[in-house]
Design a protein around this ligand. Structure first.
Ligand code: F6R
Length: 364
């Protein structure tokens, strides 16, 4: 039931603060600022490497997870698109573990990667929304994302709940591997607890984005740029836009701009720059200057501090609340989803059932 919403996708975007709160409550002891005892066959303390495979949006969630596991838990992560992973004959170590991220739990390539890793003797974790799914059944451990049923073909709340699950597992891994002090871990839990409130705050830009979507609807191509965890988010933003509006879009690491895509910049190309005010903010801004110098139309998504610090002329600056770096990708996912959604609505496409796409991809 989509209630008063025009599309399931819109409902699923709006309900994210609420569902993410459920996800966090499963993994974290919010009152004590610590990870909660959960059912896990993966011993994060003893593994030396974690392999992640997934497809599409779930793969982008995994990429963000890689930044987190490596940064906070000092756990090296090998990640690949499942359709590549299953055939690339990667050397794997029996004592290690693998995570398979899938909303449906039925994606054929992700399942094949799981079976490959199982055959190599790895411990298998399934980060899934559907607990009765094949991927969940064949795993040693289920890490539920608890997003509730997702009806819109373009994934939204499953993405942020995958991120909330991976962020929580990072806290578990950091604790198990003793890479952070209890105080630092309590701070991460505290940051995560703030998510529902900050996500509600972030969703308030919806009306501004409705205005902006009119500009985007006329574009034939859109470029998304970001660094660090905003890089996978740039790819997710581009995927979301192309899926439901059919506008060609690409997501790039901002530092790659001068290695090719800068050739595309002209007055007709909207460039969406995702740049929270963090350690790489200045670097991203210098890439943005390169776009501005060539007449590119910039849409900057940043926070209050980032907006104050930027002197580059933008077509529009979307201002997020100032949030801790750790949780920024979960906040910045929201304006990106809204931008794709409203552009598609303005263009009149079938938002919940875009052409050529299936919700669950059970064939290779
Ligand atoms: C994008 C989207 C797809 C899925 C991909 C994996 O909006 O929905 O890219 O993320 O097909 O599906 P699951 O997560 O079910 O394995």
């Amino acid at each position: 039931d989509r209630g008063n919403y025009r599309h399931f996708m819109q409902k699923e975007i709006i309900e994210q603060p609420e569902v993410v709160a459920h996800t966090l409550a499963y993994y974290l002891d919010l009152a004590n600022g610590a990870p909660k005892q959960i059912d896990s066959a993966i011993d994060f303390a003893s593994i030396s490497r974690l392999s992640i495979s997934a497809c599409g949006t779930a793969y982008y969630a995994g990429l963000i997870g890689k930044y987190w596991f490596e940064r906070y838990a000092r756990l090296p992560v090998d990640i690949d698109i499942a359709s590549e992973f299953r055939y690339r004959e990667m050397p794997l170590d029996k004592g290690d573990a693998a995570l398979f991220i899938s909303q449906s739990g039925e994606t054929a390539d992700t399942l094949a990667s799981l079976r490959y890793c199982k055959g190599e003797g790895l411990t298998i974790g399934a980060v899934v929304n559907v607990r009765e799914s094949t991927i969940a059944r064949e795993a040693d451990t289920i890490f539920p994302i608890l997003a509730g049923p997702e009806i819109g073909v373009a994934s939204t709340k499953a993405f942020t709940c995958q991120l909330a699950s991976l962020a929580s597992l990072t806290v578990h891994a950091a604790k198990a591997r003793a890479t952070l002090s209890d105080e630092a871990i309590a701070e991460m839990v505290h940051d995560l607890m703030e998510l529902p409130r900050l996500m509600t705050e972030a969703l308030k830009v919806e009306q501004e984005i409705v205005g902006l979507s009119r500009d985007l609807a006329h574009a034939s191509d859109v470029l998304y740029l970001g660094r660090d965890t905003a890089f996978p988010l740039a790819m997710e933003g581009a995927l979301k836009l192309k899926e439901i509006s059919y506008i060609h879009a690409e997501g790039y690491a901002a530092g790659e701009l001068k290695h090719g895509p800068i050739a595309l910049i002209d007055e007709d190309l909207p460039v969406i720059v995702i740049a929270p005010f963090d350690a790489v903010y200045e670097k991203t801004v210098s890439n943005m200057q390169e776009v501005a110098a060539r007449g590119g139309k910039i849409i900057l998504i940043t926070d209050v501090r980032g907006a104050a610090a930027s002197s580059v002329d933008t077509l529009k600056t979307i201002v997020m609340p100032d949030v801790p770096n750790f949780i920024a990708p979960i906040i910045y996912a929201l304006p990106i989803q809204l931008l794709a959604y409203h552009t598609a609505v303005f263009m009149g496409t079938d938002v919940d059932q875009p052409r050529n796409l299936a919700k669950s991809v059970t064939v290779e």
